[in-house]
Design a protein around this ligand. Structure first.
Ligand code: IMP
Ligand code: MG
Length: 177
């Protein structure tokens, strides 16, 4: 599996730093607010677990599964495959995802949660891809940026593989071109 990686972009140490910094920011911003932190499956998984361990105040967690990707191509529309269990009406919500690329996913989910009456909706991603977005949206908490390449590891997959790599790497092009 490690042989399929052309280059390591974000090391385990750097990921740990990002989780600590973002966790503290969220902790400070949400003291006494008991927000619902909604992870977008499955990519959020390792990031969400590490992030919430660094938030030392009351929070609730929930998950949604939505998809806009097939292989390495964004399809441009988001399908909700599993919805949240919690009623978000009048709640402070933070959406957590692995990466923002075109912005389609986060833009759509923010809209849906606002339509359901959430009091506030903020967004948090580990990675922000350096590309022109289809939807300009301001992500509130960003770990770090990555260049416009297809990256895998730490939750990010290619056809469901590589989510278990402990770092973020660039997949060798010959594996998907
Ligand atoms: P967006 O809707 O285009 O912003 O894409 C967001 C979703 O696409 C993320 O939740 C990821 O699951 C997936 N995605 C975007 N870029 C990559 C990548 O480089 N590798 C793996 N998954 C990606
Ligand atoms: Mg995703």
């Amino acid at each position: 599996m490690q042989n399929d990686i052309a280059e390591v972009l974000i090391s385990e140490e750097k990921i740990t730093e990002c989780c600590k910094r973002l966790g503290k920011q969220i902790e400070n911003d949400y003291k006494d607010k008991n927000p619902i932190i909604i992870g977008l499956l499955k990519g959020c998984e390792p990031f969400m677990s590490d992030l919430i361990k660094n938030i030392n105040t009351y929070i609730r967690t929930d998950y949604m599964d939505c998809s806009s990707y097939h292989g390495t191509m964004s399809t441009g529309t988001v399908i909700i495959k599993k919805d949240v269990d919690e009623d978000v009406k009048d709640q402070d919500v933070i959406i957590v995802d692995d990466i923002i690329d075109t912005g389609v996913t986060l833009h759509d989910i923010v809209r849906v949660l606002k339509e359901r009456g959430a009091k506030s909706v903020k967004t948090c991603v580990l990675l922000s891809k350096d590309v022109k977005r289809k939807h300009e949206l301001n992500v509130d908490y960003v770990g770090t940026t990555v260049p416009n390449a297809f990256v895998v590891g730490y939750g990010l997959d290619f056809n469901e593989a590589y989510r278990n790599l402990p770092y973020i790497g660039v997949l060798k092009e010959e594996l998907y071109k």
